[in-house]
Design a protein around this ligand. Structure first.
Ligand code: SF4
Length: 350
């Protein structure tokens, strides 16, 4: 296994790397696909390390010292934003499901990715040292993926409820693809791409990206369903087609769905229940549509009976609380079966 330690100041971004500019965020890229996994955690060291030669795997492991656990989670949620500034590179999804598409594999160099992340994080005043490990070696990638899975599961455990806070967070990052789109992230309603309340809050407070903002939730209209006066007004201002938003519903005024939903919940009229299909399931769902076909219908929109969700939301007490929760789930795709149905034994798949 090849392992290189590189002094970040020796990486010549202008000469060795593809062009980097904010205008490339939102660029659609066709080409070579690389499977990725991301993990930021508290740790020591400074510099860039490249482990293995790039083929079709890239683990991004960042260790940052002297910051809070909340901040470290927020930093991890920024990797996609940073890498999407590279020309001809599209970074999609989060955590253990990252997919990187590159148009020119020759010029997509691990040291450039490492340097970009290193520089971006080093610009944050609170951060003293950053160790960026770019892992391309298969064995090391697997190790990182297993570690990240455990840590992400732990971080996704919801420890506060929607009632404990007065402020929710809005994310408009997907507006580069979907004008007028907004996600509302509450403690019990992580976004469809998996961003948790803690991540959104810390990322906003760090002020290094502009797409998170706090929203006063205002008077509760229906706490069970997750409807608040302030949230309705805020969303209406951004998207005039949406009058009401109920965070924990699918049939009645569901949230909009951004670009990177990990799964989709859909209504099955014959059963008067719901199905959940994950992004990796390629077959047809009981409503006769695949994940991609369902996604096309709901992207950036509020569509009754369909909503994008994340693994973190599926683990939340708030999951579809306004419409029966797991008790109303009558079908799940195979990847979700063991993970969720065992822990929610009232549910079943047909
Ligand atoms: S899906 Fe929502 S939370 Fe995720 S990046 Fe898009 S707008 Fe932000």
């Amino acid at each position: 296994m090849l392992e290189r330690f590189i002094d970040p100041t020796k990486i010549r971004v202008e000469e060795d790397c593809v062009e980097v500019d904010e205008k490339y965020v939102g660029e659609r890229v066709e080409g070579f696909k690389i499977r990725g996994v991301e993990l930021a955690e508290i740790g020591e060291g400074d510099g860039v390390e490249i482990i293995g030669d790039l083929r079709n795997l890239m683990g991004i492991h960042v260790l940052v010292s002297e910051i809070s656990e909340e901040t470290v989670q927020a930093l991890e949620s920024l990797f996609g934003e940073i890498i999407n500034r590279m020309k001809g590179v599209e970074y999609k999804f989060r955590k253990g499901n990252v997919e990187i598409t590159v148009s020119d594999l020759e010029r997509f160099k691990p040291e450039c990715v490492g340097k970009l992340i290193y520089d971006a994080l080093k610009r944050i005043p609170a951060i003293r040292s950053v160790r960026v490990r770019i892992i391309c070696d298969e064995k090391e990638f697997k190790k990182l993926a297993e570690k990240a899975e455990k840590i992400h599961r732990e971080r996704e455990k919801i420890r506060i409820s929607d009632l404990d806070v007065d402020i929710f967070y809005a994310c408009t990052s997907c507006q580069v693809y979907l004008p007028n789109h907004v996600c509302v992230i509450s403690p019990e309603r992580p976004s469809p791409c998996g961003t948790t309340y803690i991540e959104a809050k810390a990322a906003y407070e760090l002020k290094i990206v502009g797409y998170y903002q706090p929203v006063k939730k205002g008077m509760a209209i229906d706490e069970l369903r997750g409807e608040y006066k302030g949230i309705n007004e805020f969303v209406r201002n951004i998207n005039g087609e949406v009058n009401r938003l109920k965070l924990h519903c699918v049939l009645d005024s569901p949230p909009l769905t951004g670009n990177y939903a990990e799964a989709i919940v859909f209504y099955i009229p014959e059963k008067d229940g719901f199905g959940v299909v994950d992004r990796n399931y390629k077959g047809k769902t009981p409503v006769g549509l695949t994940f991609s076909e369902l996604e096309k219908i709901i992207l950036g929109r509020q569509v009754k009976g369909f909503v994008g969700v994340s693994r973190a939301y599926m683990n939340s007490e708030g999951f579809l609380r306004g419409e029966g929760g797991w008790k109303r789930i009558v079908w799940v795709s195979p990847n979700l079966r063991n993970r969720y149905i065992i822990t929610h034994s009232d549910s079943h798949d047909d």
